[in-house]
Design a protein around this ligand. Structure first.
Ligand SMILES: Cc1cc2nc3c(=O)[nH]c(=O)nc-3n(C[C@H](O)[C@H](O)[C@H](O)COP(=O)(O)OP(=O)(O)OC[C@H]3O[C@@H](n4cnc5c(N)ncnc54)[C@H](O)[C@@H]3O)c2cc1C
Ligand SMILES: *[C@@H]1O[C@H](CO)[C@@H](O)[C@H](O)[C@H]1NC(C)=O
Length: 619
């Protein structure tokens, strides 16, 4: 664990510096907590990617009054600087959850605290940090800013599962409505992009020389360089960035900030919702600055507290599996067995690493170079404009089923987990210290890269459950990664593909890439390089890619585990919708921020049309 002191001093210093050079970072002081009304038309709970968009869109109807409630405060100043992305994990805008496998949930013991569970002696990375944004902008303030929509088949499949209106052609228009594409690269796929939306998407402003090696490697393996947000996703690509003028473009910046100027939108921060009541959601009760407050909703309450927060709030309010609620002494309002089930995420392996010749990867000295600092301050260019090490993505052809619906994605990072010489990265990923030093010890501080295979549609399912009826206790999160044997097998394929990328002449010869041949200590009972070895490797090294979703899934009435209908209304009550990553019936084939933005844009239009408000024509 990074100790609080080790963190607090540099953080305070960093914030002062950032505030001095990034004007935008200090402009989030529009908290209306001191003059809240007793009643609003709509109350949106959670100001993350989805909640920020919903509040902004609903407040376009000038005779509706909207309240946006958020547990955290304004985005931390350093979040504006893309390269500080990893410094945000376990910072004060992070909920600091730690997942806890079911096997370690003894009945009757209190749940894990919001910081660390202290379970550091587990062989698996099941207890890795599990960052979730806690501030205006939510996880869009912590994320790595890659703009990825997923595969058209993801959405056609949602519709085929019994959810009308969510097919690719329909959602494409909402992706375009959200997007403000300002890049120059995707010329041939221009018709797939939106230009007038608030969510600005820019070309990467800085890349390490290794990125060209990665793209060339893809071509040497027979893949094309593609715009994964165009017609097809298979291929190698440069990451497009959800940013604005070289700074992070969170939904706090792109949606909430401009909308907060409207008199009909109130934003209240540092609120923590406790519960709402009745078969009709009539309002919310929350604690703020030590005081309990109640605010009523004339039309609807919308939960946008994220894939962990939304099921947590429903369970606390008596909506969920009856038996589980009774165990915690919570009166059952609606027995909805699906709440908190169907937790999906993308497990990734961040440990496949290569060393290279000097001077080609991202590094701390390179970032600290006065030229980089000047370039950022005066031109909004250079390595500070890029999330640390994030370069590109690839999707390989699937071997089973539809080849164009990939089951693996690969994140290319121009650095290894040892690039900071063992200072902090190992801890943020969740490695055990001894394992880290034994496996990566010989590459501390050296130039290199990593290729992270990620399962795009894993078969394993996890859960979010109550640890206690105390709303301030973190829920129990069990990602249950790799519990399905097919997921391990897919990872073995993904590891082999990653190794073949690293072994192309584009990387091996041009950059002198050498794979870390050390045997992973916990797998030394297997023959190195065998399938059994790589299975063990995957089971030991997989961790979250920070994409939890699915915990309040949208499904037709015939599915007993459905929680929402296709208009995102909660089953069994009225006046309540859930609109965020938790609605996904099946996770999408890529990072989740753009899909969640699409869901919120579409959700806002569904609400407007249900209440007879004007709906803008779609692009
Ligand atoms: C480290 C990291 C890297 C990522 N990288 C990428 C990436 O590169 N590309 C990409 O597309 N996606 C990425 N993601 C994922 C993406 O950002 C999320 O999937 C997306 O932001 C989820 O949006 P949401 O609205 O569902 O939830 P969130 O954005 O998490 O919003 C939920 C909000 O609700 C608030 N809340 C919760 N409980 C309560 C309560 N009781 N009362 C009041 N408020 C509450 C939270 O504080 C939060 O602000 C990343 C995520 C992380 C954490
Ligand atoms: C790398 O590729 C070369 C041929 O280009 C091959 O001889 C060698 O076995 C490969 N190495 C690995 C580890 O796959």
């Amino acid at each position: 664990m990074i100790t609080n002191l080790l963190r607090a001093v540099p953080t305070a210093l960093l914030r002062m510096i950032v505030l001095a050079v990034v004007r935008e970072a200090g402009e989030h002081n529009y908290d209306s907590s001191n003059n809240l009304l007793d009643q609003y038309d709509f109350i949106v709970v959670g100001a993350g990617t989805a909640g920020g968009i919903l509040a902004a869109r609903l407040s376009e109807v000038s005779n509706w009054k909207i309240l946006l409630l958020e547990s955290g405060g304004p985005p931390p100043p350093e979040s504006y600087v893309p390269a500080f992305n990893i410094a945000l994990i376990e910072g004060d805008a992070d909920w600091n959850f730690r997942p806890r496998p079911a096997a370690l949930q003894p009945q009757g013991l209190p749940g894990p605290p919001f910081r660390s569970s202290g379970l550091t002696d587990l062989p698996l990375l099941q207890v890795c940090p599990f960052p979730r944004g806690k501030c205006l902008g939510g996880s869009s303030v912590l994320n790595w800013m890659m703009y990825v929509r997923g595969n058209r088949r993801d959405y056609d499949n949602w519709e085929a599962m019994g959810n009308p209106g969510w097919d690719y052609e329909s959602v494409l228009r909402y992706f375009k409505k959200a997007e403000g594409y300002r890049g120059k690269r995707n010329i041939h796929t221009g018709s797939y992009h939106g230009r007038d939306g608030p969510l600005t998407v820019e070309d990467k402003r800085w890349s390490s020389p290794l990125l060209t090696g990665f793209l060339k490697a893809g071509q040497q393996l027979g893949y094309q360089i593609v715009d994964p947000n165009g017609p097809e996703q298979i291929g190698f690509s440069v990451a497009d960035m959800t940013q604005r003028n070289g700074l992070r473009g969170s939904t706090a910046e792109t949606y909430i900030k401009p909308a907060a100027a409207r008199p009909n939108l109130h934003v209240a921060v540092n609120a923590h919702i406790l519960f709402d009541e009745n078969k009709r959601a009539i309002g919310v009760r929350f604690q703020q600055k030590g005081k309990m407050r109640t605010v009523r909703a004339r039309r609807e309450v919308i939960l946008s507290a994220g894939a962990i927060g939304s099921p947590h709030l429903l369970l606390l309010s008596g909506v969920g599996p009856a038996k589980h609620l009774q165990q915690h002494g919570i009166p059952v309002l609606v027995d909805l067995p699906g709440v908190g089930l169907n937790l999906q995420d993308h497990p990734s392996i961040f440990g496949l690493a290569w060393t290279t010749r000097k001077g080609v990867s991202i590094s701390i000295p390179r970032l600290a170079d006065p030229k980089s600092v000047k370039d950022f301050i005066f031109n909004r260019q250079g390595p500070f404009t890029s999330p640390f090490g994030v370069e590109g993505n690839a999707w390989s052809l699937a071997e089973k089923g539809d080849p164009y619906w990939p089951d693996l994605q690969y994140l290319f990072i121009s650095g290894t987990p040892a690039l900071d010489s063992g200072l902090a990265i190992w801890d943020l990923i969740g490695y055990r210290r001894e394992v880290f030093f034994e496996y990566f010890g010989h590459m501390l501080g050296r130039d290199g890269f990593s290729i992270g295979p990620m399962l795009t549609r894993p078969k394993s399912r996890g859960t979010v459950k109550l640890a206690s009826r105390d709303p301030l206790q973190a829920p129990l999160i069990d990602p249950n990664f790799l519990s399905h044997p097919d997921d391990v097998e897919t990872f073995v394929r993904g590891i082999k593909f990653a190794l073949s990328v690293g072994n192309t002449s584009a990387l091996r010869d041009d950059f002198q890439a050498i794979f870390n041949e050390k045997v992973l200590p916990v797998c030394d009972h297997e023959v190195p390089g065998s399938d059994a070895y790589w299975s063990c490797y995957a089971l030991s090294m997989a961790s979250t890619t920070f994409h939890p979703c699915g915990t309040c899934k949208m499904a037709p009435d015939s599915d007993p585990y459905g929680v929402l209908d296709h208009n995102l209304k909660l089953r069994g009550v009225s006046g309540l919708r859930v609109i965020d990553a938790s609605m996904m019936p099946l996770i999408t084939t890529g990072n989740l921020n753009a899909p969640v933005a699409m869901i919120a844009e579409k959700g806002a239009d569904i609400i407007k049309s249900d209440w007879g408000a004007p709906v803008d024509p779609l692009p």
